[in-house]
Design a protein around this ligand. Sequence first.
Ligand SMILES: Nc1ncnc2c1ncn2[C@@H]1O[C@H](COP(=O)(O)OP(=O)(O)OP(=O)(O)O)[C@@H](O)[C@H]1O
Ligand SMILES: [Mg+2]
Length: 270
Amino acid sequence: MMEQHILKSKLSVVGKTTEDIIKLEGLHIWIKENHILDAIDVNIPKNKITCIIGPSGSGKSTLIRSINRINDDVDGITTQGNINFNGSSILTSDTDIASLRTQIGMVFQKPCVFPKSIKENVLFGIRHLKKLSKIEKLQIVEENLKTVSLWKEVSHRLNDKAISLSIGQQQRLCIARTLAVKPEVILLDEPTSSLDPLSTRAIEDMMVKLKEEYTIVFVTHNIQQAKRIADHLIFICDGKLIEQGNASALFSCPQNSQTKAYLKDQYCAC
Ligand SMILES: Nc1ncnc2c1ncn2[C@@H]1O[C@H](COP(=O)(O)OP(=O)(O)OP(=O)(O)O)[C@@H](O)[C@H]1O
Ligand SMILES: [Mg+2]
């Protein structure tokens, strides 16, 4: 009886670690007549880092942008299939897009700071900002800048324009702005591609810490980077899912010959 109980609790722990927060089911995307994503079935495990890799033009950005419906704004786009977030479809006509984007935040390839102060950038996406006191606002600014290790560098110049920061600092500020909204999921589309190796490592280390509280989906061209940070790996090529799974298993023993070739030479013949 006792043994059974222990076995059950172990299974529930195992179950918890593999809980999927997002599932894409048979997702097709066309832009005008071009079939960009073809029957994509992938899962995004909660509180893990999922890396999406694949050649240029394979559909990585289109895939990640579909998860918070930024693609909706693309001219001539048609979507078919389903995306489930916390068990509910986010592709229905009554999905509250603004609310979805507070739950699923996004950081882009090039840091995209607003022409405002550092402080105002952190607070930018917060709803009901007017109801907060000056002290509460400052607490939010401090907390989020500390999380992205930017506080020490900028605490004395919070009213300076964000554009005066270095590119690496601007990208950390963009992450702080995303975190301030308290999302459950953070989508990052090649967030380190314009950064030097030191800033890149700082963001990678930050992601590894942040996964305790957030689910992270990270598009990268860089296989070494995916090796360093990914728990779950998705490889797409020419709009199709080639392989996905546990990152260390997939890196050490890919099942598909295209994955094998891509991980070795970053070349895919599909
Ligand atoms: N707004 C758009 N209008 C027309 N075609 C588009 C649009 N956005 C993307 N595409 C096309 O969809 C395909 C996939 O593009 P996507 O940007 O998703 O690829 P990617 O894997 O992110 O590439 P990269 O690694 O170069 O960023 C490409 O052929 C691209 O030209
Ligand atoms: Mg891209």
